[in-house]
Design a protein around this ligand. Structure first.
Ligand code: AVJ
Ligand code: FE
Length: 434
């Protein structure tokens, strides 16, 4: 491994740990061990689980070192205990969990110092380290979602996202034809993003920006939640059973809406992307609007296809890594930014904010791409293929750049909305265009 790569890896591990520390030091010990929602783990479980994965992959597998705590593997195996049962487990307490993740990190950094440049695929391009960085950042986003569910005084602070700089509305035509989906070249891409493969995508229209609160409120005001015809059969059954009437965290406020975000209540901001809606709500809105959700392939073509060269790029704006000028990522802000806040992050055809702000529901289930191969473990992706999931794309304001790119795939059950999920709509363009 080159010295440059070692430094990059160490800096990324550090950055992830600074965020984990911020999220777990922000609350007192009783809030770390409490379960804020049956959908989420206690924060102290996420903390030690992050350390346990790092121990399994970097200390034991890459480093070939002795276990730090073999006795706790079972407690922090996500497949052994559903989230709702985790508070009752004999977990490490906050002090023990902090000491454990620190001990593991010291060893992992020592492994990084000594690891040889080998052609072992697990360490080529620093992959195992990148996988662990992404794992910690993904749990940090999950912990941020737990913070949003936590009752009590606010503990997180961040500047407001940038204001709109350009008006963005309406839809963009993406001409028909093949493009390259997925990747063979992104060094830290996870197995489900591989391999690169050609997909023929007929012409379609896609929204230039995610659906906003104002647009979503119009659907509610038009009786959208009372009209089964806008909902799929499953969606309507869920809407009734769960008593859905508005996005999660919305409350009526006079003739408008209030919204509580990380412990602070304010008016719903009309031009911000709607967030905390489930797939079924997104689908119902789209049907009401005479549209549909994009497929995963459509989303990725809108985000990566460069019509000038025919090449698929890493991001809508090109191949440069995301900077603060491109996208609202990394918990720099604690809210999605209004439509038009990131003109420099737009695609060549003028689709805005595909990266950052809110995860975007697609209509696609989660499957392996043609030629998929498990790497390095089946429990990251493969065991979820064909399950009751929908793919989400693009990342949210709570997603770190290390775990976000044009090829990155997230997935969740269609009823979930504690995640930072929104959507944009699409429609067929027909055969006369493209
Ligand atoms: C890819 C976000 C669905 O949180 O369940 C974390 C990421 N996998 N630890 C999840 C993950 C194992 C995963 N998602
Ligand atoms: Fe995990």
């Amino acid at each position: 491994m080159t010295q440059d790569l070692r430094l990059t890896v160490a800096a990324e591990l550090d950055r992830a740990r600074a965020r984990t520390t911020l999220l777990t030091d922000a609350v007192d010990d009783s809030d770390l061990v409490r379960q804020h929602s049956p959908l989420m783990s206690p924060l102290v479980w996420d903390l030690a689980h992050v350390g346990n994965q790092e121990e399994l992959w970097l200390v034991r597998d890459v480093g070939g070192r002795e276990p730090v705590r073999r006795d706790i593997d079972e407690l922090y195996d996500a497949f052994k205990h559903p989230r709702r049962n985790r508070p009752a487990l004999p977990l490490l307490n906050p002090a023990e969990a902090r000491a454990y993740v620190g001990q593991v990190r010291d060893k992992a950094l020592d492994v990084l110092d000594r690891v040889r440049l080998t052609d072992r695929p697990l360490v080529a391009d620093g992959f195992a380290f990148g996988m662990i960085v992404q794992h910690e950042q993904q749990h940090d986003e999950t912990m941020l979602a737990t913070h949003q569910l936590r009752a009590g005084a606010p503990v997180l602070e961040a500047p407001a996202p940038p204001a709109a700089r350009v008006p963005v509305s309406g839809e963009v035509l993406i001409p028909g034809g093949p493009f390259t989906m997925g990747t063979d070249t992104e060094p830290w891409a996870l197995d489900n993003e591989r391999p690169a493969h050609r997909v023929d995508v007929p012409a379609f229209f896609i929204d230039a920006a995610p659906v906003t609160n104002a647009e979503y409120a119009a659907f509610i005001a038009d009786g959208g939640y009372d009209e089964p015809r806008w909902w799929s059969e499953r969606g309507w059954a869920h809407r009734r059973e769960a008593g859905l009437t508005a996005p999660m965290h919305w409350k009526r406020d006079g003739d408008g809406w209030a919204y509580t975000r990380f412990g602070r209540t304010g008016r719903v901001v009309p031009d911000e992307p709607v967030v905390h809606v489930c797939f079924f709500e997104a689908e119902a809105y789209a049907t009401w609007a005479g549209r549909r959700l994009p497929t995963e392939a459509e989303w990725e073509k809108a985000a990566r296809h460069d019509p000038a060269t025919g090449r698929s790029r890493r991001f809508p704006w090109g191949d440069d890594p995301p900077g603060p000028e491109h996208a609202n990522l990394g918990q720099r802000h604690l809210a999605p930014a209004p439509a038009g806040a990131y003109p420099r992050g737009a695609s060549p055809l003028g689709v805005h904010q595909l990266i950052g702000d809110v995860w975007e529901w697609t209509s696609s289930g989660f499957h392996g791409y043609p030629g998929f191969r498990v790497f390095p473990y089946a429990e990251y992706s493969q065991v979820f293929f064909g399950g009751d999931y929908r793919v989400l794309r693009g990342g949210s304001f709570g997603t770190d750049a290390a775990a976000c790119r044009g090829t990155f795939r997230n997935w969740d059950h269609p009823i979930r909305r504690q995640i930072f999920s929104g959507f944009r709509c699409a429609r067929d363009a027909g055969t006369d265009v493209g």
